[in-house]
Write a protein that binds this ligand. Structure first.
Ligand code: ATP
Length: 305
């Protein structure tokens, strides 16, 4: 999902990298990766209304015409609901999120936000309505303040402090020598995976978008940190229309609807309890990951002794 974030960030990032004239060529190539530009229609209008429903209607899509990835995906995320996408690696979960941002156009079918086909609205207004918490946040080599307020330069001090508190970053920042002015990133203070995610959460809180895309994978975190981040993400998702990409099933129990994706098709949908009772692909994934998680927790307990 990191790639979701790159097109939004890369201009500023590339500029900064060049300014600091320490260019890691390999990394630059990675960051300069850009999907083909999708152009606004000449008569594109700003997205109407404040967020609302997301609907995928029989969406077919492939990055290359000869290799279709999504084969008729349909689902709705009603206003304020949370839909979680689960399924094996390569099933198309991140692709669905990228299409919602309109980094690519669908081959057939339609994506609607608030009833409007996203091809009819300006990309600027569409992306302004969506916040993303990726699993691996790109941090600029700059202060924590800059990293949080990025994308919202008009944010007031009070708004920044409020986002810090709600993202539960306040204790972390209090311990730093320069507080919010502490420089983080590769050439600054190293921050943990969990702290990075909290910075991304603070960024989203400051942007205050009606739609949210969460990449809930927290594989780099131990289970206590994972639980803490998940609790914060639940607070952030409250009252927002949320599409969550889940790699670990334990993170999606609270979703209103779970979509199980396999090879670009929705093969099951329902609540956690319904899907467990059905004893199909979701139940198999669940039992498998439940065992894995128990093993990992046991290992953590042994290591902590
Ligand atoms: P994961 O759980 O591993 O993140 P995913 O379900 O999110 O997987 P996607 O990233 O959506 O899967 O990928 C779906 C398919 O699309 C994969 O076969 C992948 O190789 C292919 N794919 C993804 N991005 C591109 C791209 N930019 N160009 C071509 N093919 C791509």
């Amino acid at each position: 999902l990191l790639q979701l974030f790159i097109p939004l960030n890369n201009l500023g990032f590339v500029y900064r990298e060049m300014r600091e004239s320490l260019i890691n060529i390999e990394r630059m190539f990675g960051l300069l990766y850009q999907p083909p530009q999708v152009a606004d229609r000449l008569d594109a209008v700003p997205l109407r209304g404040n967020g609302g429903e997301v609907a995928f209607e029989d969406v077919h899509f492939g990055y290359q015409p000869e290799r279709p990835i999504l084969h008729g995906v349909s689902f709705t995320v009603p206003r304020g609901h949370k839909v979680a996408l689960v399924g094996p690696s390569g099933a198309g979960k991140s692709t669905i999120a990228r299409l919602l941002f309109r980094f690519y156009d669908v081959d057939s079918g339609r994506i609607r936000v608030n009833g409007q086909d996203i091809r009819d609205v300006t990309q600027e207004s569409l992306r302004a309505a969506i916040g993303v918490v990726p699993q691996d946040t790109v941090l600029f080599n700059d202060t924590i303040r800059y990293n949080i307020a990025y994308g919202n330069p008009e944010a007031t001090e009070a708004q920044i402090l409020d986002a810090v508190r709600r993202a539960h970053l306040d204790h972390f920042i209090e311990q730093l020598p320069n507080g919010l002015e502490t420089v983080v990133g590769e050439r600054g203070l190293k921050v943990s995976g969990g702290e990075k995610q909290r910075i991304a959460i603070a960024r989203v809180l400051l942007k205050n978008p009606p739609l949210l895309v969460l990449d809930e994978a927290t594989s780099s975190l131990d289970s206590a940190s994972e639980q803490a981040i998940l609790a914060t993400l639940q607070e952030v998702a409250e009252d927002r229309t949320t599409l969550a990409i889940a790699h670990r099933l334990s993170t999606i129990r609270d979703a209103d609807t779970i979509l199980v994706l396999e090879a670009g098709r929705v093969v099951e949908r329902g609540s956690h309890d319904e899907l467990l009772a059905r004893d199909g692909p979701y139940a198999r994934l669940w039992h498998y990951q439940d065992r894995q998680q128990r093993l990992a927790t046991n290992q953590e307990t042994v290591a902590a002794r």
